[in-house]
Design a protein around this ligand. Structure first.
Ligand code: 5AD
Ligand code: SF4
Length: 497
């Protein structure tokens, strides 16, 4: 070992010793048992306000945001970025420059969690270079007591752990951790409230996420989300409509309404009667060129919503409708509250009222004791529903959820084999769904240059199909007409008309 290496090693030791000694100024750990409770009828609404002491606190400093998981997390990251920029921080992608690194985490499957722990280990030594670097963990993993206890005891490089319910207070926590030179763990397991007027730094100037509700009350037996995100709570329609009107003014083209189960929107209102179909209809009248929504629950998706989709051309003809399984036995054990036949009936409504609609889905294979027959039912459903894409997963056991204690005698090999078989079928649907657009002229919202081929522009059609074509940078952000010359499994190749 040379002198420089020795010196480095000593430095690391010193910093580690110092980190381990840091006191906690707050220590509130979550509980999955408490997080299961659903007692509050009327959700409190809080208007965000940035305290004077935080304004300018981040001037000359940089933050780096690492986001894992679903669109809900992407939207939360845009809010946290908005708060940090209101404090004066600037964004960086370079972890050696960052003063604050935030991991916005996902708990949906075990491998998502392992990725975060791997990354935490990798960047541990950054603290030897930058002593006052703040490392922050937030998102769904923070809501698990097992994870938080592990971070508290084994990951002294993490300064702040906050949950999904208090991201709006990010600035306060950063201020306290710096000024008191302390560690903070503050994760609430409450049903949750709604924060309005949180500043947002949106990642795109043309496509935007719009949260319409938070939380989930479905309690599918495999899923951790109802515990990590709290009770279903809908934003007031006027707040959503005003946000979309503002996006129209700013030149946004394509918005996606977000919620864990958007079809349950409004069911929690105590003072008004207003449904997801009402909201969709009102938003389509704002003049926004493209509206999408995700995620839908097949049980709550109603005919009224489907009819509204068919009525307004600015509601896009694409729907992600997670089915999870095609077996009625498995669906029952998953607590999905619909049958294969009911799902297919909704698919037929969609095809009737929104001709040419493209449907995608989520499917889990290897749910505890899923039999060969159950799996064949899933393959059959995929065939019948005509999906043009899917996210497919092997079931991952989530501690604290009911399915974690279900007996399971299916081997990992069988589960992997099923996933391969399923993916083959899904890929056929993907290609078939793309082939139908060959020789057609489509409207493409240009996103930028393709990462895979930087000579090509890339963008999305109304059916959410990815199109690559040659063109100049002035087209980025515009909707252009593109003729499709060839369909591939994962994208379409086109020519500017
Ligand atoms: N194991 C595997 N997949 C899961 N999903 C949710 N929980 C689990 C789990 N425990 C999948 C579902 C859901 C998508 C977001 O993630 O298919 O629709
Ligand atoms: Fe999880 Fe089911 Fe809620 Fe979706 S609807 S977030 S799968 S519990």
């Amino acid at each position: 070992m040379n002198t420089k290496d020795k010196e480095n090693k000593q430095n690391i030791k010193k910093v580690k010793a110092k980190l381990t000694k840091k006191e906690f100024s707050r220590f509130v750990v979550p509980s999955l048992t408490l997080a299961r409770k659903r007692l509050i009828k009327d959700t409190p609404v809080i208007n965000f306000n940035l305290d004077d002491k935080l304004k300018g606190f981040g001037l000359g400093k940089f933050y780096l945001m690492k986001t894992y998981g679903c669109q809900g997390n992407l939207a939360d990251s845009e809010k946290m970025a908005g708060i940090l920029e209101a404090m004066g921080y600037q964004e960086t992608q370079d972890d050696s420059v960052a003063d604050v690194i935030i991991f916005n985490t996902c708990a949906i499957r075990e491998n998502a969690e392992n990725r975060v722990f791997g990354e935490l280990g990798r960047i541990k030594n950054l603290k030897t270079i930058k002593k006052d670097l703040l490392m922050i963990i937030c998102g769904c993993m923070s809501q698990e007591e097992k994870v938080v206890n592990m971070i508290a005891s084994k990951y002294p490089q993490v300064d702040i752990v906050i949950g999904t319910h208090n991201i709006a207070l990010l600035g306060e926590y950063i201020y306290e951790a710096y000024t008191k030179n302390s560690r903070i763990i503050e994760v609430f397991s409450k049903e949750g409230e709604i924060y309005e007027e949180v500043p947002m730094k949106r990642a795109s100037s043309r496509r935007a996420w719009v949260n319409i509700m938070y939380g989930c009350d479905e309690f599918c037996t495999y899923c951790i989300v109802p515990y990590t995100r709290g009770k279903e709570r809908s934003r007031h329609p006027q707040e959503v409509i005003d946000e979309v009107k503002e996006l129209v003014k700013e030149g946004y083209v394509d918005i996606t309404l977000l919620g864990q189960n958007v079809n349950a929107y409004g069911k929690d209102f105590v003072d008004i009667k207003y449904s997801f179909a009402n909201l969709l209809e009102d938003l389509s009248k704002t003049g926004i060129p493209r509206i999408r929504y995700t995620t839908s629950h097949p049980r709550d998706l109603d005919l009224e919503t489907i009819k509204v989709m068919g009525k307004y051309p600015n509601i896009m003809p694409h729907l992600h409708l997670p089915v999870q399984s095609g077996s009625n036995t498995v669906l029952k054990r998953m607590n999905r509250k619909y049958t294969k036949e009911e799902y297919l009936e909704k698919v037929s409504w969609l095809r009737e009222y929104v001709p040419g609609i493209s449907l995608t889905t989520d499917i889990i294979v290897g749910f505890p004791n899923e039999s060969d027959e159950d799996f064949l039912e899933t393959l059959d459903l995929v065939e019948k529903a005509g999906f043009e894409g899917a996210f497919t997963f092997i079931y991952s056991k989530r501690e604290g959820t009911p399915a974690a204690s279900f007996p399971d005698s299916i081997s990992d090999e069988v589960k992997k084999e099923r996933l391969l078989q399923l993916n083959e079928k899904i890929n056929e649907g993907f290609l078939k769904g793309n082939l139908r657009f060959e020789n057609q002229i489509l409207d493409v919202l240009v996103e930028g240059y393709s990462e895979k081929d930087p000579t090509m522009l890339t963008g999305y059609t109304p059916h959410e199909k990815l199109v690559n074509f040659e063109g100049t940078s002035d087209l980025i952000g515009k909707v252009v007409k593109v003729k499709i010359i060839k369909a591939y499994s994962w994208h379409l190749r086109g020519e500017l008309v």
